[in-house]
Write a protein that binds this ligand. Structure first.
Ligand code: PLP
Length: 403
């Protein structure tokens, strides 16, 4: 990693040479007053865009009342947000953390304890340890050691961070034979509804159902990492609804509080009642400020017609990009406003196109990538039709230059 632009913030991100000072709606402004259309929304975090009135007001109001209390106590906003989230998701309990990795770490711990209870519980002979967590190739689950190990991409497992925790196994999405290998050593299977970081890979719904059934049949929990797909991204509040699945555990983060750091691990059925006092905790987790922001997000997402529009707008973007028939575009796919565009490597890699979009003038375009040859769009769910057209216009001229 090189030096970051100010030489002080660790440059783990190879950040671009841009300094943003403000944002409004789906437009960002940099230090030189240049404007950028935002098709990234902080990697799906700013689901309501920037400076969204009701969210800003909810945070302001809550900051004046109470920003944080210890989880030794309850807060009114914490109770209200948990109740609303559980009602809308059909889940029974929730653990609040501050990030996607933490939400998944909680799910992993929950799964391990669930497996342990099954083999070490009262009256159960301790024969075979049930502690393997199965995840998918090309998945992404976070950057802590356990969630990195769960991540099914070798590039995330360099030797320098070893040893990695044991008890993880990956299978390929779509591989029906792999489902037959699930046995009494498996405590959970965890999948993303659409793999975000791994390339905006859609998961076949029939296979996902078979995977859910295989997990259940072998006595394991079925868990979904909805850190990126959740909170309306796919045109439903959760991707498990889009796919018609009924996970025992669902993890959320990114858009959950519109930009205030928050993660959540939701559980139900067999997965409820596993965590007891002291099993898992977080100092900041679910503080009133984050919960007030989360409530403002749900309020907006529950608006009539909101989800239908996410679906329609996503469809329009995909159709528009396909209609260009540019030789450098190999595939366009996605669901709702989670969209991937594969580019032909002979035209340039995704990072080069991403950079050219950012540097476009007079206005730039912020897009994200997922792997070497996939452009990823995660615009604010509230992006207007005219800004979509303007953003796509910038993308088209950049891609035409690359073709
Ligand atoms: C971003 C992401 C994570 C990690 O979230 P952090 O908040 O960066 O820890 C985990 N899973 C998925 C599917 C993600 O997209």
């Amino acid at each position: 990693m090189g030096k970051s632009m100010n030489g002080r913030i660790v440059n783990n991100y190879s950040s671009f040479d841009v300094v943003f000072t403000s944002g409004n709606g789906s437009v960002l402004t940099d230090r030189n007053k240049k404007k950028y259309i935002d098709f990234t929304s902080g990697i799906g975090v700013n689901c309501l865009g920037h400076n969204y009135g009701p969210l800003v007001k909810a945070v302001q109001k809550q900051a004046e009342k109470e920003i944080h209390i210890s989880n030794y106590y309850n807060s009114d906003k914490g109770i209200e947000f948990a109740d609303r989230l559980l009602l809308l998701s059909g889940m029974e309990g929730v653990f609040f953390g501050n990030s996607g990795a933490e939400a998944n770490e909680a799910a992993i711990k929950l799964a391990r304890k669930y497996g342990w209870m099954r083999t070490h519980g009262e009256g159960t002979p301790n024969v075979i340890e049930r502690n393997t967590i199965v995840t998918l190739e090309k998945s992404f689950h976070g950057r802590t050691l356990a969630t990195l190990t769960a991540t099914g991409q070798d590039v995330f497992h360099p030797d320098c961070f070893s040893p990695y925790p044991a008890g993880f196994k990956t299978i390929a999405a779509g591989d029906y034979d792999a489902l037959k290998t699930f046995d009494e050593t498996v405590c959970a299977v965890m999948i993303e509804g659409i793999q975000g970081e791994g390339g905006v890979n859609l998961i076949d719904a029939d296979w996902a159902h078979a995977c859910e059934k295989a997990a259940r049949d072998c006595g394991a929990l079925f868990m979904m990492d909805e850190v990126q797909t959740g909170m309306g991204r796919t045109g439903n509040l959760f991707a498990f609804q889009t796919l018609g699945l009924s996970p025992d555990v669902v993890t959320l983060a990114k858009g959950i509080a519109g930009g205030i750091p928050m993660g959540a691990c939701l559980f139900r059925g067999k997965a409820a009642g596993v965590f007891v006092a002291g099993d898992h905790q977080s100092t900041f987790g679910g503080n009133p400020l984050a919960c007030a922001a989360g409530l403002a997000v749900l309020e907006a997402l529950e608006d009539r017609g909101f989800m239908d529009r996410v679906e329609q707008v996503g469809e329009r973007i995909r159709n528009t990009v396909r209609s260009w028939n540019l030789p450098c575009i190999k595939d366009v796919r996605g669901c709702g406003l989670m969209i991937g565009v594969d580019v032909d490597g002979s035209c340039g890699n995704a990072a080069a196109i991403q950079k050219a979009c950012l540097q476009a003038a007079p206005k730039g375009l912020c897009i994200s990538t997922a792997g070497k040859f996939t452009l990823r769009f995660l615009p604010p769910l509230v992006i207007t039709d005219s800004l979509i057209d303007e953003g796509l216009g910038i993308l088209k001229s950049v891609l035409t230059a690359f073709s």
